[in-house]
Design a protein around this ligand. Structure first.
Ligand SMILES: [Fe+2]
Ligand SMILES: [Fe+2]
Length: 228
């Protein structure tokens, strides 16, 4: 890397890992998503901190536009870091997908601000010595990160799928019009989120909503942490 602007290459890594997280979540492979979220949390947190400590002082006096001010960039960072705190295992599926979509939009927006204003304006003001020093700090920071997770998401798909008969039995019973909840209760769930889905299915059945109960079971079938 020769220019501060070249640091934007790191943003591509962040965006790619976030796409992998979203893919893993859609595949209900929460462990693959969690490994990537841990990597992204560390990488993005350190990246933002170093930008604020080393690059923002150089940017303060630049001729930046109002929507590219240091204050706005700082708020972007705070927003991005907040998105990183989402609990993958304890957020409703739809809410999780929405939050990750918002996260991706915020990251893209921030990337635009940095590529259009922040990094080129810093490049125009920085001395060669300082540029070399700051680039070496970012490089050392990236080297110290654990390697990017490489587990093949597609290959891991299905590994955690429940294979027990209880789930199939309950689906069959519901499809046949059997409203006895013991079929639902026979599914052993060992994670609070799976247990909530199980309760939701039972409540739907108790309310006479067999279709709702069946749909909830379909979600449960996608959940990775169900005991066999
Ligand atoms: Fe950045
Ligand atoms: Fe940034």
């Amino acid at each position: 890397m020769e220019r501060i602007t070249d640091l934007l290459e790191l943003h591509h890594d962040f965006a790619e890992v976030l796409t992998e997280i979203r893919t893993a979540v859609m595949d209900a492979d929460l462990s693959a998503a969690a490994v990537r979220m841990a990597w992204l949390t560390r990488a993005l947190t350190e990246h933002a901190k170093t930008e604020e400590s080393l690059l923002f002082p150089l940017y303060e006096g630049a001729d930046y536009p109002a929507n590219g001010s240091p204050e706005v960039l700082r708020r972007d960072h705070a927003l991005l870091l907040r998105h990183l705190t989402v609990d993958l295992y304890d957020t409703d599926d739809v809410a999780l997908a929405n939050q990750l979509a918002l996260f991706a939009g915020a990251l893209e927006h921030h990337d635009l601000r940095e590529s259009r204003y922040f990094k080129p304006l810093v490049d125009a003001r920085i001395t060669d010595d300082n540029r070399r020093h700051i680039l070496s700090v970012f490089a050392a920071q990236m080297d110290a990160l654990p390697p990017r997770p490489t587990q093949d998401i597609v290959r891991s798909r299905g590994v955690f799928q429940p294979s027990g008969h209880a789930l199939t039995d309950a689906q069959t019973a519901l499809a046949q019009g059997d409203e006895d909840p013991r079929w639902l209760l026979a599914i052993r769930c060992d994670h609070p989120k799976a247990q909530r889905l199980q309760r939701r299915a039972c409540q739907a059945l108790a309310a006479g909503d067999r279709v709702g109960a069946y749909d909830t079971l379909r979600l449960l079938a996608l959940f990775p942490r169900i005991a066999k």
